[in-house]
Write a protein that binds this ligand. Structure first.
Ligand code: ZN
Length: 315
């Protein structure tokens, strides 16, 4: 580790806050632009962050907080430097486990019981974002909700009580009412942890992250976050025809898509892929067979199945 005095450390920290921490690098200007770039990034971050993590490095790169300079003696353009650093971080991530989050929305519905059974049979963790109103639609739906709640391999999370009756534009236009709809679900189900997904919206609000796809749902997401919720969207979605249990996207294709997200680190968080499905996709034997085959492939690949409350696993 490089030695550095307190004054320079503060300067680095301030400069980092202003999103350009390489501008405070009179430490070793000449090494930039050469193959030594990785070790320089390493060293600077050892100084700046107490415990540098792969994720912190990836975040700095992703958010363009790294300022590369070109060394005239050994010129390598900034784009190449950035690519090299990205590749080397990717290789580092590949030495660590990869985490898959199977998430099933809109249960309890016909199909929920098959998901519950699959989790037990394969001994994998799965996540159910449930809609409380569906449990009032007959004794079997209430049974399915209870199957989820009693299964330690199923984490049950909040997806609102009414799902806005699928009129989402109207639902989100009154954020206070939408927020109360989530609270109503919470009163009914008594969730173990405050994790939510917004109906029809790929919105992420957790830790210091905030990613909004459609603005009109942002106030609802912010109210939930203020209330202690983490809100999660998804990286990859799979759709089956719920009546026929068939799909235009075969198991092999969706599996490859997940693998690509893992390997390219193109998911919201590297090495963590959130995969969206819906309970009603698995009401037929053919739909259940497809899910079974996909899970077998993910298991064979060595992926770890995780609960959303543990998202993201960082290194
Ligand atoms: Zn939904």
């Amino acid at each position: 580790m490089l030695k550095i005095n307190e004054g320079l450390l503060t300067l680095c920290a301030i400069t980092l806050a202003s999103l350009s921490f390489f501008s405070c690098q009179n430490i070793s200007n000449s090494a930039f632009g050469s193959q030594k770039i990785d070790s320089i990034v390493e060293n600077l971050e050892v100084i700046i962050f107490d415990k540098p993590t792969l994720h912190a490095k990836w975040d700095s790169l992703r958010k363009n907080q790294l300022k590369f300079t070109v060394d005239s003696l050994n010129p390598v353009d900034k784009k190449t430097q950035k690519r090299r650093l990205k590749d080397s971080l990717r290789r580092e991530f590949d030495k660590h486990p990869k985490h898959i989050y199977l998430t099933f929305d809109d249960g309890p519905l016909v199909g929920s019981r098959a998901i519950d059974s699959l989790a037990r049979a394969k001994k994998i963790k799965v996540n159910a974002f449930v809609v409380g109103r569906h449990s009032a639609m007959g004794k079997y739906r209430l049974r399915d909700l209870n199957l989820y709640i009693e299964n330690p391999l199923v984490a049950v999370y909040n997806h609102s009580y009414t799902h806005g009756y699928n009129r989402l534009q109207t639902f989100y236009s009154n954020s206070q009412k939408a927020f109360q709809d989530f609270k109503k679900n919470e009163e009914l189900i008594k969730f173990d942890s405050k994790v939510a997904r917004l109906p029809g919206r790929n919105i992420w609000v957790y830790d210091n992250e905030r990613k909004i796809d459609i603005q009109n749902a942002a106030p609802t997401a912010d109210s939930l976050f203020k209330d202690g919720y983490k809100i999660f969207g998804w990286d990859v979605e799979w759709r089956l025809n719920s009546v026929s249990g068939t799909t235009n996207v075969p198991v092999e294709s969706i599996f490859n898509k997940i693998v690509n997200f893992m390997d390219n680190k193109s998911s919201k968080e590297p090495n963590n892929v959130v995969f969206l499905m819906h309970d009603d996709m698995f009401q037929t034997r053919s739909g259940q067979k497809l899910l079974n085959d996909l899970v077998d492939k993910l298991i064979a690949k060595g992926y770890k199945f995780e609960f959303m409350e543990d998202y993201p696993v960082k290194y």
